[in-house]
Design a protein around this ligand. Structure first.
Ligand SMILES: [Fe+2]
Ligand SMILES: [Fe+2]
Ligand SMILES: [Fe+2]
Length: 421
């Protein structure tokens, strides 16, 4: 892969919004609906194209900081008790990753009441737009016919005009609300198409490997923060995969891309319920079936972005096995690329040497013995396992350091991993 490639901004925004949807089915489409309403409001207000882009991107990402289930459910209530925690945390995440950094100041203030203008004069206009769009979204009951809800929603928004919401934005909303087309466009199955039409105008952004690394780390945090049992798994896999790729003879560029793929490899786990991820015992058949879906979801999510197709294969095929007994595609050795084989070894090694809900970390020698058996049965690639064995102490140190650093960085965000569930 070339070190500098372009990607559609809209695709990256939708990827993030779908990942957020996965975390909680109650939030499905919430980010897309907010993005669509925010874009319509910005259009009605004749805002410049750059502002519209920012408002849409912020809409797609705005509740990224609502990490716990309680916070995610709270974000769906009309009157929030303490919205500033998730808004601030979300902005801190986004600040570190282009192209989302543009949306960070909007996300930080997306619950700022309009009448706090004197205390928060630097609140961007787009934040007030996302605020109103967000509150309209939570007032919509997706189980009911939409037009019958419009009068109630308008009345509620009007009631907070001048307090929560800027009067000129409420006026713009009133204009939109008179059109049935607006409401139909934001309900299923039309929402996707409505959004895509506007999304095309967001254009492309160019990402080099550093920017891609930053973006991948943003997704990695979402996966790892979810549970203290997986808190540093993706960070560990990324570090091990990258070093192992280097010793396997992959180029420096590919080794960096392996790090990116490592951050992404379990992104589909966001679709697996937490009770299963944290179950302090072996999984039953049904539970294991659900766990299996994660590799396919990783594939599905990364598939939409052509720039990430190499990363998709290296990341999503980490449970394929050379003997064809892996999942989800049951590929055999000729169809499993080197990157995915390295990832499989990195994943197994990291999983064995870290604590899990139902067992403590294995000792290094015990882990290497088990991994050696997996090579014998053509579960893992024997050549890569031999490379791991000859550098096992160094690779294990790098894993430990990466995982400790990840924990420190979570602490710096004020995250208590026990509460992150
Ligand atoms: Fe929010
Ligand atoms: Fe929201
Ligand atoms: Fe996995």
């Amino acid at each position: 892969m070339q070190m500098q490639q372009t990607v559609r901004l809209f695709d990256i925004g939708v990827l993030l919004s779908e990942v957020l949807d996965f975390i909680s089915s109650d939030l499905v489409d919430h980010h897309k609906i907010v993005a669509y309403i925010a874009d319509c409001l910005a259009g009605e207000l004749d805002m410049p194209e750059e502002s519209r882009k920012r408002a849409m991107l912020a809409g797609l990402a705005h509740d990224i900081g609502a990490l716990s289930l309680r916070e995610r459910m709270d974000a769906l209530k009309f009157e929030l008790e303490n919205p500033h925690r998730h808004a601030g945390l979300g902005a801190s995440f986004l600040e570190m990753a282009d192209p989302f950094s543009d949306a960070a100041p909007i996300v930080r203030r997306h619950h700022e009441p309009w009448n706090h203008g004197d205390c928060a004069p630097d609140t961007p206009e787009e934040a007030h737009i996302v605020h109103l769009a967000d509150r309209v979204s939570v007032l919509i009951d997706p189980r009911r016919e939409i037009l019958g809800q419009v009068d109630g929603i308008r009345a509620k928004i009007r009631r907070y005009e001048g307090a929560l919401f800027a009067p000129h934005i409420v006026d713009a909303f009133e204009l939109l609300a008179t059109r049935e087309s607006f409401w139909f466009s934001l309900t299923r199955p039309l929402l996707g198409a409505s959004l895509k039409r506007r999304g095309r105008l967001m254009g492309e952004v160019s990402l080099d490997i550093d920017a891609l690394g930053g973006l991948a780390r943003l997704f990695c945090r979402l996966i790892d923060y979810r549970s203290r049992f997986t808190a540093t798994h993706s960070s560990g896999v990324a570090a091990v995969a990258s070093l192992l790729a280097h010793y396997t003879g992959m180029s420096d560029e590919d080794a960096r891309l392996m790090e990116v793929a490592g951050y992404f490899h379990d992104i589909g786990k966001l679709a697996v319920p937490l009770e299963i991820i944290e179950k302090p015992a072996a999984l039953n058949k049904d539970e294991f079936n659900i766990v299996k879906s994660h590799a396919f979801y990783t594939y599905y999510l990364l598939d939409r972005i052509p720039m990430l197709h190499t990363v998709r294969d290296w990341a999503a095929l980490h449970h394929e096995r050379l003997n064809g007994k892996g999942y989800p595609f049951h590929y055999t050795s000729e169809k499993i690329p080197l990157g995915a084989r390295v990832m499989a070894v990195a994943d197994v090694f990291t999983a064995m040497t870290e604590d899990r809900p139902f067992r403590k970390a294995m000792r290094l020698t015990e882990a290497m013995w088990t991994i050696g058996n997996m090579a014998d049965s053509m579960t893992l690639d024997g050549d890569i396992v031999r490379v791991l064995a000859s550098h096992m102490d160094e690779i294990n140190d790098v894993r430990g350091t990466a995982q400790r650093e990840a924990l420190e960085s979570y602490a710096s965000f004020g995250m208590d991993m026990k509460r992150a569930v």
